[in-house]
Design a protein around this ligand. Sequence first.
Ligand SMILES: Nc1ncnc2c1ncn2[C@@H]1O[C@H](COP(=O)(O)OP(=O)(O)OP(=O)(O)O)[C@@H](O)[C@H]1O
Length: 261
Amino acid sequence: MTTSRRGLPPAIEEAPVQVAPVLAASAQHAGKVYGSGETAVTALDDVSLDLPSGQFTAIMGPSGSGKSTLMHCLAGLDTLTSGQALVGGTDLATLSDRERTILRRDRLGFVFQAFNLLPTLTAEENITLPVDLAGRSPEQGWLDIVVAKLNLADRLRHRPAELSGGQQQRVAVARALITRPDVVFADEPTGALDRKAGIELLRFLRSVVDDLGQTVVMVTHDPGAAAYADRVVFLVDGRIVEQIGDPTRERILEIMGRLGD
Ligand SMILES: Nc1ncnc2c1ncn2[C@@H]1O[C@H](COP(=O)(O)OP(=O)(O)OP(=O)(O)O)[C@@H](O)[C@H]1O
C-alpha cells in the first residue's frame, strides 16, 4: 500500500474532516410533568434539542406550550421528570443542589424581562456581581470587551435609576456575560422595552454571538425579535413541532399562524 509523507494511506489523509458542532447545552428526550394523578400537566413531552456553541436560538410557541419549562430545565432552575438536560456535557441531574447552583453562577448567564438589577449598586458593580459573589476578581480584559461591546463605557458609574430601560437591559446582558458562560438564557428580554430600545438590544445580542462567540437562547413571543436568531424552535403542547434556520419575520408569522398562536 502506498503511504503519504505523513505515513498515512492517501485516502485517509485527504478525507475531509467532519467536525461535529460543540454543544453548549442540550435536552435529550426531556419530559416534565407537573403534579400527579388527575391534575397532572405534561409541560414537556419527549423534547430533544441541541444548542450548538456560538449560536443564537429563539424558542417560540403559544402560551402554555412549555417554553419557560424547557428553559428552566436546561438552566438547572427546575428538574426534568424524564430524559436529560446537559450543559457542556454535564448532566444536570447528576449534580447536587449546591453543584447546580455553582454551575448556574459560573457557567450560565440569565437575562430577564424585568432587568433585575440591584438598585444600590452602580452599573459596573451590577455587571461584576456574579464574579464578586464567587469571591473572584473580574477578568479585566473580558470586562473591557463586554463593556465596549454593549456600549456601556460611559455609564459604568451610574445606578440603574439613572439609566434608560435599554441601558439597564444592556447592563443585565453584560452581567450575564461576565463569567464567559456556556449559555446565556434570555426570557423575553425585550418585553419591557419600547420598540427602538428593543431593536437595539436585539442587535447587541446578535453581536455578542457574532463577535464574541457567545451562545444565546431566547424565549420570545415576538416574531420580529425571533428573526434575529440563527434558528427558531417552535413548541406546541410540550413538543417541538418545527425548527427553522435563517428565520425571517414573515416566515415566523406564517408558521405561528399555522400553529394557532
Ligand atoms: N409550577 C407549575 N405547576 C403546575 N403546572 C405548571 C407549572 N409551571 C407550568 N405549568 C404548566 O405547564 C405548561 C407549560 O407552561 P410554561 O410556563 O412552560 O409555558 P410557556 O410556553 O412558557 O407559557 P407562556 O408563554 O404563557 O409563558 C402549562 O400548561 C402550565 O400551566
